[in-house]
Design a binder for this molecule. Structure first.
Ligand code: SER
Length: 874
């Protein structure tokens, strides 16, 4: 069976069992502080498990893009070295939300594997939860009994909490689980040792394929378990492992999921897969990582220097570094695999196909940057090695290697490899100390202490009223305390709210809640966590159970609305002016300005920007009214021309925001008519990454303010340039004057040089072998150089040494005449030695070299050293 059929068979099977087939959620998680990337199929249903949100369907199935590279589930270090772990993988899953439970989950899993996929029952084992004393949990008898119906009892194994109690993270929904393992070894191997002994023992051919989790509990911040309101099923089957089993392979990488990538890599590198251990590892690493990085970029997460972006950057760098070292790629190569991946995935995940160009461009640029870093790192390391060799050492300090690692992103294992090649080692203890200190620093920076929710009242959570009103009567349903960096805050969840919670690029609302007694407690921000609206406050009202008046800061909300609607108009105008390849790649809207990132492959010209700006302002003057539909079918919305963004999660019903021809799916708050915006002004246009441009703009009062400040600047400039009348005229006058002065200065300098030169030749000391000229003066380096080159023409045996202080820094220049150089003397080598005396460095050519330093007092010694070195040689 081809992988495409395997995937389809799974979905068809569960559809036949009345499951609704849903799309994969984006791989990059937006509104969950406990999670950066989707690490399991159940993430998108977390709120349903917790009872925060009602279920839409009782039974659901899908294939979910997962990435396990951070947090509780992190497989990154194994990837490539073994044959069955991945960073990005697909998880096939079926769910029951308060519907069927263990019996059906077990029966259907068995039916699918053994009757539909026709896997031999004799190569399957199952595990069940064996109980845990600390959590006071008994063995999962129920699951045991249901399994007994299908599989011999000696194939049902008891597992520990580590393997058979599934948790998403430190807190959240969890429960006992039952895993299905498959033994893919040869008959001969099986005779030697029973598969039973190898379950959960990291054997590459005895692997877990499917995990059936019976969600029953919520793990609280204090570690205790609380029963969930209803019981659920969450199953996850590793798609790539299933393909290995069904395609009769010994490794995930031998399946048709990875082989096209590996074959292409083999072609590009000229190295066969299977030729050698480390080149095989490298190919597996790259074939795996190119998937993770491509899907992350397609989901809107560009590689960057922090958080999720940094994780993606590190994955990419890991791949490049393996390619560089073991496959001899010295130029960007990974992006060449993107078309192969697109071809494979386009039927299942359309985000990859439609953004192929962008993914390639971003990847290529990242690769190129990192390859340059590698070259720099290798050069720096080489300097360390030379230095150590000169000092007869065989060990490089851990601190130096840490700087390479931390500042230049140079991988430590590459450092070790290079050192080994030079018969050197690195001081591991020192390196580890530095690393631990850094980890400690960042942990302290990021540490957040979150208490469990205190439930004030039961009730359906947070109805959003803020599209229609900015004030409302609200009740606090639950609250909790959060401590980060010694700052305490309260998070409040209301029954209903006029406050908009940050999402879709629009910042959250601020305002206050007012108690019955008239006390106002500021709401400092509103954000989303999964689907909950969370209001932040520095203190808790004395009686959280009373009713409050919640009031949104109207001025800030209106300014934000202007910027949000303007963003839609900008998006529309960009597609009109530049073309429909323009797609939103990021957006930030607050009460001061708007920032819009979009795909476009070159700089937007000034004329184009003006066109866009004019178009937006024309739409503002037309005062187009808002047409809002809060509950449109997604298909109808698409027909209307609304564009869905990749990396966003949409339901079947969407909110459609229309201003004339601009139609967008959007949950944000907007002006009633475009005229409210008043005026739109672009402030800047630039690149954010390869293929992605950013426009920053202002509207309304902020745009007006910008024009005034521009006017003020023009006025001040005119004053500064001493002109009355036109600014341009005044500036032109100063520029012309400047040019004249420069010419005069150049003439004067030339005269000065000739003069100095003449005097120096007269004062030269004949030492027998050469004419020695020394000067010590505060001169511009250009003048010294001109003088030196003049002397070179005049005296073949000149030795010219100029020292002095320029800009508070000591300098030395050394010129050797042609006859002196012919004797084998080298100005560059001499200056490098003498530079040490002034605490600096230097270099140049054999006839002329310069040095700069920091210690003025060393000049005399430096001079002596130069003379000494010359005399030794003469
Ligand atoms: N959540 C479980 C897992 O990730 C089953 O889907 O293994």
């Amino acid at each position: 069976m081809k992988s495409i059929e395997i995937r389809k068979t799974f979905l068809d099977f569960f559809a036949s069992k009345q499951h609704q087939i849903v799309d994969s959620a984006p791989m990059v998680v937006k509104d969950d502080p406990t999670l950066m990337f989707t690490n399991a199929g159940m993430n998108q249903f977390k709120d349903i498990f917790l009872g925060n949100m009602p279920r839409k369907y009782a039974r659901v199935a899908d294939t979910q893009k997962c990435l396990r590279v951070s947090g509780k589930h992190n497989d990154l270090d194994e990837v490539g070295f073994d044959t069955y772990h991945h960073t990005m993988f697909e998880m096939l899953g079926n769910w029951s939300f308060g519907d069927y439970f263990k019996e059906e989950a077990i029966a259907w899993a068995w039916e699918l594997l053994t009757e539909v996929y026709k896997i031999d029952k004799n190569i399957l084992y199952v595990t069940i939860f064996g109980g845990d004393e600390k959590d006071k949990m008994p063995k999962d008898e129920e699951a045991y009994n249901f399994w007994k119906k299908w599989i011999a009892e000696d194939r049902i194994l008891l597992g520990s909490k580590k393997d058979n109690f599934w948790e998403m993270g430190d807190t959240g929904p969890c429960g006992p689980c039952s895993e299905i393992h498959i033994d893919l070894r040869s008959e001969e191997e099986k005779k030697k040792i029973s598969g039973k002994e190898l379950v959960n023992k990291d054997h590459p051919q005895v692997v877990e394929v499917w995990n059936l989790v019976f969600m029953q509990f919520n793990r609280m911040a204090n570690g205790s378990l609380v029963e969930l309101p209803a019981k659920h099923v969450d199953t996850g089957m590793g798609f790539e492992r299933l393909c290995m089993a069904l395609q009769g392979k010994q490794s995930n990488y031998d399946t048709d999921v990875f082989q096209p990538l590996i074959q292409h890599l083999s072609q590009l590198s000229g190295i066969k897969y299977g030729a050698e251990k480390m080149s095989d590892v490298a190919m597996r690493v790259i074939a795996d990582h190119v998937r993770a990085v491509s899907f992350a970029i397609a989901d809107g997460q560009l590689p960057s220097n922090n958080k999720a972006g940094y994780v993606i950057r590190r994955i990419l760098r890991r791949a490049v570094r393996y390619g560089y070292t073991f496959l001899n790629f010295k130029e960007p190569f990974m992006h060449l695999l993107v078309p192969v991946l697109t071809e494979q995935m386009k039927g299942t995940f359309k985000e990859i196909a439609s953004q192929q160009d962008l993914v390639r461009k971003v990847m290529m640029e990242e690769e190129a940057t990192f390859l340059r870093t590698l070259e720099t790192g290798i050069r720096l390391l080489d300097q360390q090695i030379q230095k150590a060799k000169a000092e007869n050492k065989t060990e490089i300090s851990g601190q130096d290697c840490f700087v390479l690692y931390d500042t230049y992103g140079f991988p430590i294992d590459l450092t070790e490899l290079i050192l080994r090649e030079n018969n050197m080692t690195l001081n591991h203890a020192e390196f580890e100390t530095e690393l631990a200190a850094q980890k400690d620093r960042s942990r302290k920076d990021a540490a957040v202490d979150t208490d469990d929710w205190v439930i004030v009242k039961e009730g359906e959570l947070t109805k959003f009223l803020g599209y229609d009103q900015l004030e409302a009567e609200v009740e606090i349903l639950r609250y909790r305390k959060v401590k980060a960096k010694n700052k305490e805050q309260y998070q409040l969840v209301f029954s209903q709210t006029p406050f908009y919670a940050e999402s879709g690029g629009q910042v959250g609302d601020t305002g206050y809640i007012e108690t019955k007694s008239g006390e106002k407690i500021p709401i400092t921000y509103t954000k989303k966590e999964n689907l909950l609206s969370i209001h932040l406050a520095d203190k808790l009202p004395q009686n959280p159970a009373e009713t409050f008046k919640a009031v949104v800061d109207q001025k800030s909300r209106q300014a934000t609305a202007c910027n949000h609607t303007a963003t839609h108009l900008l998006h529309y105008a960009l597609r009109q002016v530049l073309g429909t390849h323009v797609e939103q790649k990021g957006s930030l809207v607050n009460d001061r300005n708007l920032r819009f990132d979009f795909s476009h492959f070159q700089k937007v010209s000034l004329e184009e920007l003006v066109k866009v700006e004019r178009m937006v302002n024309a739409m503002i003057r037309q005062n187009i009214g808002k047409t809002e539909n809060r509950e449109m079918n997604i298909e109808d919305a698409r027909k209307l021309g609304a564009m869905a963004l990749f990396g966003e999660k949409y339901g079947d019903k969407v909110r459609v925001m229309q201003f004339g021809d601009s139609v967008e799916l959007c949950g944000g708050t907007h002006v009633n008519a475009t005229g409210d915006i008043g005026f739109f002004k672009i402030l800047s246009e630039g690149a954010v990454a390869s293929g992605i441009r950013r426009i920053e703009a202002v509207t309304a009062e902020n745009a007006e303010e910008f024009v005034y400040s521009f006017q003020r600047m023009a006025h001040e400039m005119r004053e500064l340039f001493g002109g009355s009348g036109e600014l341009m005229q005044a500036v032109t006058k100063v520029v012309e004057h400047n040019e004249k002065m420069n010419k005069q200065l150049a003439e004067m300098m030339a005269e000065r040089v000739t003069e100095i030169q003449k005097r120096l030749v007269e004062d030269a000391i004949e030492t027998g072998d050469y004419a020695l000229i020394e000067i010590h003066a505060e001169l511009m380096p250009e003048i010294i150089k001109d003088v030196a080159f003049g002397l070179r023409k005049e005296l073949k045996n000149v030795v010219f040494i100029a020292t002095g202080v320029n800009n508070n820094k000591p300098y030395i220049h050394l010129l050797l005449g042609d006859d002196v150089v012919a004797k084998g003397l080298n100005a560059s080598a001499i200056i490098r030695e003498s530079a040490k005396e002034i605490g600096g460095s230097g270099g140049g050519q054999p006839f002329y070299a310069t040095a700069g330093g920091s210690n003025e007092n060393g000049i005399a010694n430096a001079m002596n050293k130069i003379k000494e070195m010359l005399q030794i040689k003469v």
